[in-house]
Write a protein that binds this ligand. Structure first.
Ligand code: 13P
Length: 261
């Protein structure tokens, strides 16, 4: 079931199989007895997907990959197809992260292609958007983010069996330890929601899309974002690498969202 709040851990290229399994096991233990809401998604590296899935067992934690190929099968050395990710037990996939744009030349076109490829296989895309510092300085942030969302969703049908998630990650705060002002994030989320409403019926936007915030989220600042109406969860990098830190974030998010409902 597609239900906020979403808490997504992006472990990037930090853990191999052993460490990913250890952190997952610690999270599983830490979650026992915690009253949880919404969805928790762990995104390890490709080689760790299956082992993390096995460690999760029957617990209600989902698995996600950090990228996927825009191709289906065949002579594409080094690529990983959506069905392979699915076979490893994943239900989600991060697409178009700013690090992939910066270091691996991801384009609006390749991101759109990957979104369609993910949905075709029944994977829920977590589409990353966000402006750079220069774009913000030049007052381009609204336009840049709006175009990124429009381009990523060009020709994409959203439905109960094909939900999508947008993660707003201002590039300039990622990994800095300094998140943006919650009111600033809320403004950007409202803008993204408006783009979604322009593209899809309101009922579809309300039930089959979610907008997450990412960028230096930690256990000390997460509650300031929780009471914002259009922030439906978080994509967490550094602070998700340590189970105890991540568990504190989970606890705070669940507590805040219970208080509001
Ligand atoms: P940090 O939480 O380390 O800033 O990373 C955010 C991110 O890039 C998640 O995808």
């Amino acid at each position: 079931m597609f239900k906020a709040p979403f808490l997504v851990a992006n472990w990037k290229m930090n853990y191999g199989i052993k460490q990913a399994v250890q952190v997952t096991a610690d999270i599983v233990v830490g979650l026992r007895g915690m009253r949880r809401k919404g969805q928790l998604v762990l995104c390890p590296s490709y080689p760790a997907l299956l082992s993390v899935k096995q460690t999760i067992g029957d617990e209600s934690i989902s698995l996600g990959a950090q990228d996927l190929s825009g191709q289906d099968r065949g002579a594409f050395t080094g690529e990983v197809a959506p069905w392979m990710i699915k076979e490893a037990g994943a239900e989600y996939v991060i697409i178009g992260h700013s690090e992939r744009k910066k270091y691996f030349s991801e384009t609006n076109e390749s991101i759109n292609n990957k979104v369609k490829n993910a949905l075709k296989e029944g994977l829920t895309p977590i589409i990353c958007v966000g402006e750079t510092f220069e774009e913000r300085q030049e007052n381009q942030k609204d336009h840049v983010v709006l175009r990124q969302v429009q381009n990523a969703l060009d020709g994409v049908k959203v439905s109960p069996i094909n939900p999508i998630i947008i993660a707003y990650e201002p590039v300039w705060v990622i990994g800095t330890g300094q998140a943006i002002e919650p009111s600033d994030a809320e403004y950007m989320h409202t803008l993204i929601r408006q783009v979604l409403i322009d593209l899809y019926p309101l009922v579809v936007v309300d039930h089959h899309t979610a907008i997450l915030y990412g960028g230096s989220v930690d256990e000390n600042n997460v509650d300031e974002f929780c009471d914002k109406e259009h922030i439906q969860g978080f994509l967490v990098g550094s602070a998700s690498l340590h189970s105890q830190q991540f568990l504190k974030i989970i606890e705070k998010v669940c507590k805040e969202s219970s208080a509001q409902s």
